[in-house]
Design a protein. Structure first.
Length: 121
């Protein structure tokens, strides 16, 4: 039974890590394609704010999946070394998430202000 649980845990880690990879790669490709469209467009360059806002959301989602995989990995008979590594990873990802969320909040506010100005003008 323990071996079955260990095998299921290992497969779960791979699946969740793969999901994180897909989310980050997809978001990166989407941001790249959209940025190229904005660069090649004769319209204003204000579209970059929306691109980075959306890209930031993809990155936050990817980081969250990666942290979930790390938590699952540490759940099976962790050593103090594993727990310390998870704690370090969690701290770094939490800081990344915090700053991404803060920056995304600022971008979202700026986008709302621009939409309000454009709709009232």
């Amino acid at each position: 039974m323990e071996e079955l649980l260990r095998s299921a845990t290992e497969q779960s880690i791979r699946i969740v890590d793969f999901i994180a990879l897909i989310v980050i790669v997809y978001g990166s490709i989407e941001a790249f394609v959209q940025a190229i469209r904005v660069i090649l467009s004769p319209r204003s360059r204000s579209g970059f704010s929306r691109i980075w806002f959306r890209y930031g959301r993809w990155l936050v989602a990817g980081l969250t999946f990666q942290l979930a995989a790390d938590i699952i990995e540490t759940s099976t008979a962790p050593s103090w070394d594993d727990i310390g590594r998870l704690a370090a990873i969690a701290v770094v990802r939490t800081f990344l998430n915090y700053f991404l969320e803060r920056d995304l909040g600022e971008v979202e506010e700026n986008l709302k202000e621009k939409e309000t100005i454009h709709s009232s003008g």
